[in-house]
Design a protein around this ligand. Structure first.
Ligand code: 6GU
Length: 295
């Protein structure tokens, strides 16, 4: 999977080089490039925002800068030519242009003045994955595990981080109208300063589902929100079986796997009913067995 992130704080994503996501990049499972939106500005102040049309507080991100940036990024092929990019996570306009030139001379793309239809045919011929464009937006539908699962199948994702009071609404509209798969997601009912944290959250939820990402793929299957039954997970314990006078539930030490499974499932259903009744309301009742129904 190839991931591009556009932000006015690309350094924010330096942390993607750490931990399991860092390993996944070393192993070639995923490449992540964070770009600085200001590299696509032309004015001396490198301004990316302006006051809202119609008045009001705050600033709105300008469509021209985003347009130039996304035209460049969405035009780029995946995998093969990507490897020519510098190892530095932050890639500016110069490198992007360089890469496009390299692509053209290697016959990887049409002459650049072809019609939209032509260039899309060409990109299919060259085996170029169509990117999905994702904008974090507190006023959008909630990002869920189902979205993470779907997006983990994609070859290319491009994230655009908005700052300040948001971005010009015509930006996603423009690319949607051009046929790009454009998504806008909120990560929860609270306010953040910008899209960077939200993109980090989505990035982690998506990439950990890539085949080969997790040491133990079983740990994904058992989790809360996964599969047809979005139940909260049962509570976990490890040794010692008694700690500061608190014993783990006795059934878990019984060695009877049937009883352990039943105990854990009961706990998952009871906890979900109490803590997240909204999830129970969404439950597909045909997945419940006769023991579940008695709870
Ligand atoms: Cl996606 N962006 C911002 N700025 N705030 C949020 C959010 C996104 N999701 C929840 N709060």
């Amino acid at each position: 999977m190839q991931i591009d992130i556009v932000s006015v704080f690309p350094e924010y994503f330096d942390v993607t080089g750490l931990s399991l996501l860092g390993k996944a990049q070393e192993n070639g499972l995923v490449t992540i490039h964070a770009h600085n939106l200001r590299d696509w500005t032309h004015d001396v102040h490198h301004s990316v925002d302006d006051t809202p049309v119609g008045g009001g507080a705050g600033m709105v991100m300008k469509p021209e800068v985003w347009g130039q940036c996304l035209d460049d990024l969405l035009d780029m092929p995946d995998g093969s030519t990507r490897q020519q990019l510098p190892t530095d996570q932050t890639v500016g306009t110069a490198e992007v242009k360089e890469q496009k030139e390299a692509m053209k001379s290697s016959g990887g793309e049409s002459d650049g003045i072809a019609s939209e239809a032509d260039s899309s045919v060409d990109s299919h011929k060259a085996g170029v994955a169509e990117p999905i464009l994702i904008f974090p937006n507190p006023s959008a539908p909630l990002f869920t595990q189902a979205d993470a699962t779907e997006l983990s199948q994609a070859k290319r994702l491009v994230f655009g981080c908005g700052r300040y009071e948001g971005y010009d609404a015509r930006i996603p509209d423009y690319y949607r109208n051009k046929g790009t798969d454009v998504r806008e997601y909120s990560i929860g009912d609270y306010v953040l300063n910008g899209g960077e944290v939200a993109v980090s959250v989505m990035l982690e939820a998506i990439t950990r589902l890539l085949p080969g990402f997790m040491g133990n793929p079983e740990s994904i299957v058992q989790e809360s929100y996964t599969g047809d039954e979005p139940l909260l997970e049962y509570r976990q314990y490890t040794r010692p079986t008694t700690w500061r006078g608190m014993a783990v539930p006795e059934i878990l030490t019984s060695g009877d796997h049937g009883k352990v499974d039943r105990f854990r499932r009961n706990e998952a259903i009871r906890r979900t009913s109490r803590i997240r009744p909204d999830l129970i309301a969404r439950l597909d009742c045909s997945t419940l067995d006769k023991h579940d129904r008695r709870l």
